[in-house]
Write a protein that binds this ligand. Sequence first.
Ligand code: SF4
Length: 195
Amino acid sequence: MRTSWARLAEAISGCAGCPLCESCTQKVPGQGDPSAPLMLIGEGPGEQEDQSGLAFVGPAGQLLTRMLEAIQLPRERVYICNIVKCRPPNNRTPLPEEAEACAPHLLAQWALVRPRVVLLLGATAVRGVLGENYRITRCRGQWFERRGVPVLATYHPSALLRDPDKKREAWTDLKLVRRMLVELGQYPDLLKEEP
Ligand code: SF4
């Protein structure tokens, strides 16, 4: 039986699939257009996300909003979520077993949104979606296919805040995403001329 958004929200809110639920303030499922052509997947909630219940609202989220606007996509027209839905203590990287425990929620989101393009943000998203042997440094900027959908990886916006030199590569990656969306005929009302 296909899941529904209501059933998924209930499953995430009641989930005790890994120990992260014991230390977080609340679950952060993700948000945005529930049938967005573009789905973004990050790592996990940080402090501000844990407090607000919304994904990507801290400084990294604000940078992400500006990055999307630079390719003419308002944030509310994409869907944004994370590999894990509970904040890891002290913002540590989620453990592989935590990512694995949370994977059914991500797969359900993927099935409901039915994205035409997926953008992975950072190393954890790369390992979680492409596979444990994939490394962001090697595979960013290249197209892969998962579940019949073109998938591209770029740096997590937090990495761009730490190392602004990476922004040039991230901009190249975003333009690739934009080009693929145009090729697939997505967002025709927005994506008219190359920025
Ligand atoms: S991180 Fe995911 S699997 Fe772990 S408790 Fe939270 S929702 Fe469940």
